[in-house]
Design a protein around this ligand. Structure first.
Ligand code: 5AD
Ligand code: SF4
Length: 466
């Protein structure tokens, strides 16, 4: 078993740094402000909540307005190129702020800068960025921030990754929380940069996960989403032989927690034990995100996904037999280098056969250092775009048809808060994770209530209080 713990002396040093900055900040006339801007997946959101937790412990007030902040941190994503472009645009736009207020610290952290070459380019091109740290250095944020106050710092250690417990966390939500149960990925799908930037698979102990969720429940949290790049690998690196299915059952027993979700599952590892646990645990929502990526066996092989179309469909059948009301979602990559028009048609036929509730569709993005980056493209950019549009159209129709079945029904929703698009409207989610909009008062936030669906849209439902 690999030692994933960080030297306790080093953790104690981070606490000292937190204390030092807190003292510096408390001597200021006005409480300094900080913001963290997050790109990418839920795992990144969870990392950002830790950075925010450390910032609050150091005496910063969190703000959404970048211009008024003393510390601005961008937590980045490396999965596709457009996330990198967006980041560069947003970081570049802050050059004027640094010129105006020299003491502002602008930092970039996370997956994108865990790639050493990218970190170095950023460091040389964006001189106003004085703090750069990769995914493995997040726990060192207090020390790095203290150093950055004197001169530019970069910490991009190439390693397999650690597990660091007890970092202060500031959750974005009061009732729903992300809980990472494992980190890293060992799968090396040929298109994907994640195994290179997030290190090897490592699981938090059963006790630590349960203790965190118990604390959350005591603090009034009602919903948890268990996170990992591949949660089905949970426990494989632990000595006690615990599995993800056992973890789900244990979380299901925690008083106060009412809904449990998890992401992401790799289709190759989904076990009967997990399907049974999902079916039997009342609090586990009938929702499964099972990224298929492609419908053709040739492309799946080239992607190193380790399952066939037939095996995937068999898994879906098994899941539906045991959990008839399951809502399924998936990720699909269009335009993988070896994908032909015939291969793409197999993806479309798979999508029509499974009938997912929702789908995240991506155009393949070449990632430096991955195996697929050396492969030649079969299809032109225009053809790939055409295929992408066609797939979206097919899925939109299916999503809409599935949503139509909700018309007139009463659903139980967990009320999240006000809708981003309309501050007058409240928004919640059904156990299947359908978004429901309705008019109501703020006292309903954080409650589970019944709503009668009156209008159906492709991506959401509208309803009224019962
Ligand atoms: N290009 C496009 N999409 C990708 N994904 C991962 N790597 C790439 C890439 N290089 C998608 C996969 C994965 C999701 C999180 O991002 O579909 O499931
Ligand atoms: Fe990337 Fe594959 Fe690991 Fe998912 S399972 S993070 S797609 S390498």
């Amino acid at each position: 078993m690999r030692n994933t713990a960080v030297d306790p002396k080093e953790l104690a040093f981070q606490k000292e740094c937190i204390e030092k900055i807190r003292k510096l900040n408390s001597a200021k006339k006005q409480m300094p402000k900080a913001c963290v801007i997050t790109y990418g997946c839920q795992q990144n959101e969870n990392d950002s909540e830790r950075i925010k937790g450390m910032l609050c412990s150091m005496g910063y007030e969190l703000s959404e307005t970048r211009e008024e902040c003393d510390v601005i941190i961008f937590n980045t994503c490396a999965v596709r190129e457009n996330a990198e472009m967006k980041l560069k645009g947003n970081v570049g736009a802050l050059k004027y702020l640094k010129a105006k207020r020299k003491d502002v610290i602008i930092g970039v952290c996370g997956c994108m800068v865990q790639q050493k070459e990218v970190a170095e380019i950023l460091h040389s091109k964006f001189r106003h960025v004085e703090l750069i740290f990769g995914t493995h250095a997040i726990y060192k944020f207090p020390q790095l921030l203290l150093e950055a106050k004197k001169s530019s710092v970069m910490d991009v250690e190439d390693c397999d990754g650690y597990i660091v417990e007890d970092i202060p966390v500031r959750h974005d939500d009061k009732y729903k929380a992300w809980v990472s149960v494992m980190y890293g990925c060992n799968n090396f799908c040929t298109y994907c940069v994640v195994p290179y930037v997030r290190g090897r698979e490592r699981s938090r102990t059963f006790e630590n996960v349960i203790a965190e969720i118990t604390r959350l429940a005591e603090d009034g949290y009602k919903e948890v989403t268990l996170l990992g790049q591949n949660v089905n690998s949970y426990g494989k690196d632990l000595e006690d032989g615990k599995t993800f299915a056992q973890l789900l059952r244990a979380v299901n027993e925690i008083d106060g927690i009412e809904r449990i979700r998890f992401a992401t599952s790799h289709p190759k590892d989904i076990s009967d034990e997990l399907i049974d646990a999902m079916a039997e645990c009342k609090k586990v929502c009938p929702q499964l995100h099972l990224p298929v990526q492609a419908g053709s066996n040739k492309v799946l092989k080239d992607m190193n996904r380790s399952y066939t179309r037939e095996k995937y469909l068999e898994t879906i059948k098994k899941v539906r037999e045991k959990i008839p009301n399951i809502a399924l979602s998936t990720d699909i990559i269009v335009g993988f280098p070896t994908e032909t028009v015939e291969d793409f048609k197999e993806t479309v036929s798979l999508v029509k056969e499974v009938r997912y509730d929702s789908m995240f569709t991506f155009i393949y993005s070449r990632r430096r250092g991955t195996k697929a980056a050396t492969m030649d493209f079969v299809l032109s950019e225009e053809q790939i775009q055409k295929n992408f549009d066609e797939l979206l159209e097919v899925q939109n129709k299916i999503s809409r048809e599935i949503n139509e079945t909700y018309a007139g029904k009463t659903v139980e929703i967990f009320v999240d808060g006000y809708s981003k698009n309309d501050p007058e409207t409240l928004q919640g989610r059904t156990p299947e994770n359908k978004i429901v909009n309705f008019k109501g008062d703020s006292s309903l936030i954080g409650k589970i209530i019944n709503i009668k669906i009156s209008e159906v849209r492709t991506w959401s439902l509208n309803g009224e209080l019962e």
